[in-house]
Design a protein around this ligand. Structure first.
Ligand SMILES: [Zn+2]
Length: 471
C-alpha cells in the first residue's frame, strides 16, 4: 500500500540541481516528491492537509544508486585477507574461495545474507541496488522446483529491507571462451539461452506490478557467454527496454583470452558483433585500449566502476581521466562488499587518479563540461549515472521524482561546520557514512535515527549463520 499521506519534510539544507539550498522543504506523497519547496513562505502555503516533519539540523540528498552487487559475497568479508605461505594471491585465487562459498549457500541462507547486505546498504545511504545474481541452481547444478527460487529469495530480502532493486539474473554458459564450465560453476549455468530468457521473463512477470523491483539481464562476461548468446540476449532486452549489465575488462587475463579467441579485446568484440548499445552497463572497464575508449565515447554505454572491490582484488586502476575527458558516464557499485560506502566509491575514482598522477583535482582538469569542483564531477557517479544505468527515475531531488532520499546529520563529527558552499565536497570527499541518519525509499522511512525496524532479526540471523559457516 502506497502512503498517500502528504508529508512536508523540512531540513536545514537540501541538494537541488547540484546546489545545497537553505531552509527548503519537500512535499512528499504517494511515494513521490510532489514539490521541492524552496522558500519558508511557500512551505506554509502547502501546509494545509499536510503533516510537517521538521528534521532539524540535517541535509537532504538523493539516495545513492549502487549499480553492481553480488549480495552473497557480503559473507566472504574478512575471510580471504591472508596468504598461504609462499603462494601467489590474486583475483583468481580469491575466486576459488568465492566459489567455495557460492557452492554452499542454500535458499534460506541466501535470504539471510542478502538481507544483511541490503540493510548495510540502506544504512550507508543506498536506496537502489542492481543485483547481479548468478547463484541459480542447487549446489549439484540441478534446478530448484521453482527455477527462480534463489532470485526470488534475493528479491524478498530487498522487500524486507525496503530498498529498491533491479534484479539482473545472470546468463552463464562457458567456463572460459570456448571452454565447458567447470563443476564449481554449475550453480550458475543455464542449459541454453531460451531457458535463460524464459526464466528472466518469469521474473519480469512476477514483479510487473511491484514498484520496488525491476528486472534486467546480465550476460556474465565474454568469458561465460558466447557471441550467439550475447546477440540473443541483447536483442531480447532491447525489445523490452531492459538494462543489460556485463562484467568487462576487470582482469588482464580476460583481455588476453579475448585477444586470443577473437583477435580483439572484449569491448571491441562486443562492438564488432553489433550488440553493444547505450543502454548497456560495462562493469569494471579497468584495462581499456585506446580503441575501446573511442568505442565507448561513440556508442555511449555506462561504465560501472567498483573501486573498493577493485582495490581489494588488486584488479588495477580505473582509467577515470580517459573516461571523464570523453564524457563517458561512470556509475558505481559495491560489488563484493568488502566495504559498503557509496561515498568512498565516489572519492576513490578521483583519489586513485591523484595517486597515479601526483596531482590534485585531476578529473575536473580534464572535464569537458568545465566543472571546477571535484565533487561536481564525482557526485553524478553515485546518483544520476547510476539511474541511467538501471533505467530509474531517481538520482536527484526534483518535482515529480521518486521520494528516495537520505537525511544527513550535520552534527556528525565528519560534517560539523559544513556550509552550503562546502557541503557537497564534505560529503563526497570526507564524510563518514555514519552521518547517514534516515533513509526514505518511495516515501517510506526504512532507516530512522540509524535504525531499521527489523535490524535485530536481520543481524541476529546473520550472526548465527556466520558462526555456522566458521572461518
Ligand atoms: Zn561483479
Amino acid at each position: 500500500m502506497k502512503n498517500e499521506e502528504k508529508i512536508i519534510y523540512r531540513a536545514a539544507m537540501i541538494l537541488v540541481d547540484g546546489q545545497f539550498v537553505r531552509d527548503a522543504a519537500l512535499l512528499v506523497s504517494g511515494g513521490r516528491i510532489e514539490r521541492v519547496l524552496r522558500e519558508k513562505i511557500a512551505a506554509h502555503r502547502f501546509n494545509t492537509g499536510s503533516r510537517v516533519v521538521d528534521l532539524g539540523s540535517v541535509a537532504l540528498i538523493p539516495g545513492q544508486i549502487n549499480v553492481h552487487s553480488h549480495a552473497f559475497q557480503r559473507s566472504l568479508r574478512g575471510k580471504t585477507e591472508y596468504r598461504e605461505g609462499g603462494q601467489a594471491d590474486d583475483f583468481w585465487t580469491w575466486r576459488v574461495a568465492m566459489y567455495e562459498l557460492a557452492n554452499r549457500v542454500e535458499p534460506d541462507e541466501m535470504e539471510i545474507i542478502a538481507r544483511l547486505a541490503f540493510w548495510e546498504m540502506a544504512r550507508a545511504g543506498i536506496t537502489h541496488v542492481g543485483e547481479f545474481h548468478y547463484l541459480h541452481h542447487r549446489p549439484d547444478g540441478t534446478a530448484y522446483g521453482e527455477p527462480n527460487e534463489m532470485a526470488l529469495r534475493v528479491a524478498k530480502a530487498a522487500r524486507e529491507v525496503g530498498i529498491r532493486m533491479t534484479l539482473l539474473p545472470v546468463a552463464y554458459h562457458t567456463g572460459d571462451i570456448g571452454k565447458a564450465a567447470g563443476s564449481e560453476q554449475r550453480r550458475f549455468i543455464s542449459p541454453d539461452v531460451e531457458t535463460y530468457l524464459e526464466r528472466v521473463a518469469a521474473l519480469e512477470e512476477e514483479f510487473s506490478t511491484d514498484e520496488l523491483v525491476d528486472v534486467g539481464v546480465a550476460p556474465h562476461s565474454i568469458r561465460a557467454v558466447s557471441r550467439e548468446w550475447m546477440e540473443a540476449i541483447g536483442a531480447w532486452a532491447q525489445k523490452r527496454s531492459m538494462p543489460v549489465h556485463i562484467h568487462v575488462c576487470e582482469q588482464r587475463r580476460e583481455v588476453e583470452s579475448s585477444q586470443k579467441a577473437y583477435g580483439v579485446p572484449p569491448i571491441e568484440a562486443l562492438h564488432d558483433w553489433g550488440v553493444l548499445k547505450d543502454f548497456w552497463t560495462l562493469i569494471h572497464g579497468t584495462h581499456l585500449s585506446k580503441r575501446e575508449v573511442d568505442i565507448l565515447a561513440e556508442v555511449g554505454p555506462t561504465i560501472g566502476a567498483c573501486p573498493t572491490t577493485e582495490r581489494n582484488l588488486g584488479d588495477g586502476f580505473l582509467p577515470a581521466s580517459d573516461l571523464v575527458s570523453r564524457a563517458i558516464p561512470i556509475a558505481l557499485g559495491s560489488d563484493s562488499h568488502t566495504v559498503i560506502d557509496p561515498f568512498e566509491e565516489m572519492r576513490l575514482v578521483e583519489y586513485h587518479e591523484r595517486l597515479r598522477r601526483e596531482e590534485r583535482n585531476v578529473l575536473v582538469g580534464v572535464d569537458p563540461g568545465g566543472r571546477r569542483q571535484s565533487a561536481d564531477v564525482l557526485w553524478p557517479m553515485g546518483t544520476t549515472h547510476g539511474a541511467r544505468s538501471l533505467q530509474s527515475a531517481g538520482g536527484e531531488i526534483r518535482d515529480g521524482g521518486p521520494a528516495d532520499f537520505v537525511v544527513l546529520d550535520l552534527e556528525h563529527p565528519s560534517l560539523v561546520g559544513a556550509t552550503e558552499q562546502s557541503l557537497l565536497s564534505d560529503v563526497v570527499l570526507s564524510m563518514s557514512a555514519g552521518a547517514v541518519r534516515d533513509v526514505i525509499v518511495a516515501g517510506e522511512a526504512i532507516i530512522v535515527e540509524r535504525h531499521h525496524d527489523k535490524e535485530l532479526e536481520i543481524t541476529g540471523e546473520y550472526r548465527e549463520l556466520m558462526a555456522r559457516y566458521g572461518s
